[in-house]
Ligand binder design. Structure first.
Ligand SMILES: [Ca+2]
Ligand SMILES: [Ca+2]
Ligand SMILES: [Ca+2]
Length: 238
């Protein structure tokens, strides 16, 4: 027999509750896009990080050459290639749509293709709702880090995040082209994935009768009225 004392039972219940709580907190928290998909040359790409066939975020650029995935190489703190690489020459350089909406905060790591530090190595990250209201903004300067001290990273880099109230519909990234010609981003994090956000229910299907169904129904109705009529005639003769 497997006896569990009351104290042990309470402990098991507490651990189970803690586990459920951890799962719940995990579910309510963030998704991280790691950009592992092959997206070279694409100008728009729908990312489905948890592979449930529900798009989590759509990244798009107006650069006809599209995105690349490689850039600064492995000696970086915030970029773990593949990432999402592109030109800084647009305004904005990148747009991110959140089909399920995003809440709380959004953030990512980025690097810029410069050989030295400069005050122009900036990105401006804007977050908007569906009515194009600006929910939050941040401008962040990139600088050399030391992934393995005392050696500097290959390129200037940083992380940036924006916290906001309400539901974000899309965000834009604009890198300062006077600081560097190319950017790369990685580990785009926020509460916008299909595992974290309620997926809208499909519109209810109103059943409609096919042509065959309508013909059949009219026959049934006609047959019914004939039976009723006969019965009435039969009753009146009695
Ligand atoms: Ca990555
Ligand atoms: Ca998904
Ligand atoms: Ca730009």
């Amino acid at each position: 027999m497997f006896h569990v004392r009351a104290g042990a039972r309470a402990a098991i219940r507490a651990v189970a509750a803690l586990g459920l709580f951890a799962i719940w907190v995990g579910a309510a928290h963030a998704i991280t896009l790691t950009f592992d998909d092959a997206i070279s040359g694409q100008t728009s790409y729908s990312f489905d990080q948890n592979n449930d066939n529900i798009v989590d975020a759509v990244f798009s650029t107006t650069d006809p050459s599209g995105f690349n995935t490689a850039g600064p190489g492995p000696n970086m703190t915030y970029i773990d290639e593949p990432g999402l690489e592109g030109t800084t020459g647009l305004a904005p350089d990148l747009r991110i749509n959140f089909p399920l909406g995003a809440v709380g905060s959004l953030g990512f790591g980025f690097a810029m293709s410069a050989e030295g530090n400069s005050p122009n190595l900036t990105v401006t990250f804007n977050v908007y709702d569906a009515q194009n209201n600006l929910l939050g903004t941040a401008t962040q300067l990139a600088a050399f880090t030391q992934p393995v001290p005392p050696t500097n990273s290959s390129f200037p880099e940083a992380t940036v995040s924006v916290s906001f109230a309400g539901t974000a519909s899309y965000a834009t990234l604009d890198f300062n082209a006077t600081g560097a010609a190319r950017y790369i981003i990685d580990n785009f994090t926020g509460t916008f994935g299909s595992g974290e956000r309620p997926v809208p229910a499909a519109p209810a299907q109103i059943p409609t009768l096919s042509e065959w169904g309508r013909i059949l129904l009219s026959f049934v109705l006609a047959a019914g009225s004939i039976v009723m009529l006969r019965r009435r005639q039969h009753d009146s003769r009695r």
